[in-house]
Design a protein around this ligand. Structure first.
Ligand code: SAM
Length: 254
């Protein structure tokens, strides 16, 4: 039976890869590289694939093999967001299944290096479940956790996610405006290309923002939305232009 290791590699700093992840990486015959986004440009590919290569170079003695699985095209502004994401995941499952069947021996060990932790806004596990449910190839898999981008954010700002006993709400820029009032004390917001907090937050809300966390390009801004909101938007736009890509996350506290 083919075996697949879904390995969380943390949010960008090679030193934040766990020893469990390193041990797993050493047993892999071929790494399947999935998350390239052609519409976001070549720079993304080089940065994300490049970081994975840096991690492998650093921790694996000897040769390793990368199999790049092309990303199927995706409609970023569909009428039905969930239906489009399901269609896209199915298309990705097709390509990954084919790559596993053709690039991995029947008793081989494949690896997928997942940004941050595989349980947080990542489609790898959903896709692996789809492939197993189809039953066309025999596949067993193991998940190795990784440091999340919000752990990197809170450590960089030296803060807790919550005040004593408060709940924490994790959401995306797309869904930020839907947070129920009772859950808005501490919101962790990911995947927000539009600085949505500028529309939803009160000027007195506090924001801790971080981009390229754990990398040499890390940027941190903190303050009330009224004081630093516009600066975050300008900094984000300029950084995205300079690098060709950006990953940023923030904690918003009411
Ligand atoms: C598809 S999600 C993947 C999350 C990942 N699985 C995790 O555990 O953090 C991508 C989002 O994670 C956040 N992110 C990931 N790495 C980051 C980093 N190094 N700096 C800032 N934000 C990051 C950003 O909000 C980005 O839009």
């Amino acid at each position: 039976m083919r075996k697949l290791l879904v390995i969380g590699i943390g949010p960008g700093d090679p030193r934040q890869v766990t020893i469990e992840a390193i041990d797993a990486m050493k047993s892999v015959d071929a790494f399947f590289v999935l998350d390239k986004a052609p519409e976001r440009g070549v720079a993304v590919k080089h940065s994300l694939v490049g970081l994975r290569q840096e991690i492998c170079d650093r921790y694996i003695d000897g040769d390793y093999r990368f199999v790049e699985v092309p990303d199927p095209p995706r409609d970023r502004n569909p009428a039905d967001y969930r239906a489009e994401v399901r269609r896209w995941h199915d298309a990705r499952a097709d390509l990954i299944e084919e790559a596993l069947a053709t690039e991995l021996a029947e008793d081989g060990v494949g690896g997928i290096l997942v940004w941050g932790d595989p349980a947080l806004y990542d489609s790898t596990l959903r896709i692996v479940d789809t492939i197993i449910a189809r039953g066309r190839i025999d596949l067993d898999y193991t998940v190795i956790p990784g440091i999340t981008s919000f752990a990197s954010l809170t450590a960089a700002h030296k803060i807790l996610l919550n005040r004593i006993g408060e709940p924490i709400h994790i959401t995306t820029g797309r869904r930020l405006s839907e947070t129920p009032e009772g859950a808005s004390a501490n919101q962790v917001v990911m995947l927000d290309a539009d600085c949505t907090f500028l529309q939803t937050a009160a000027p007195t809300d506090h924001i801790w923002w971080g981009a390229y966390l754990g990398t040499a390009d890390q940027i941190l801004i903190e303050g009330t939305v009224g004081d630093v909101g516009e600066r975050i938007r300008e900094t984000r736009t300029a950084a995205r232009e300079r690098h060709g890509w950006i990953m940023d996350i923030y904690l918003l506290r009411r």
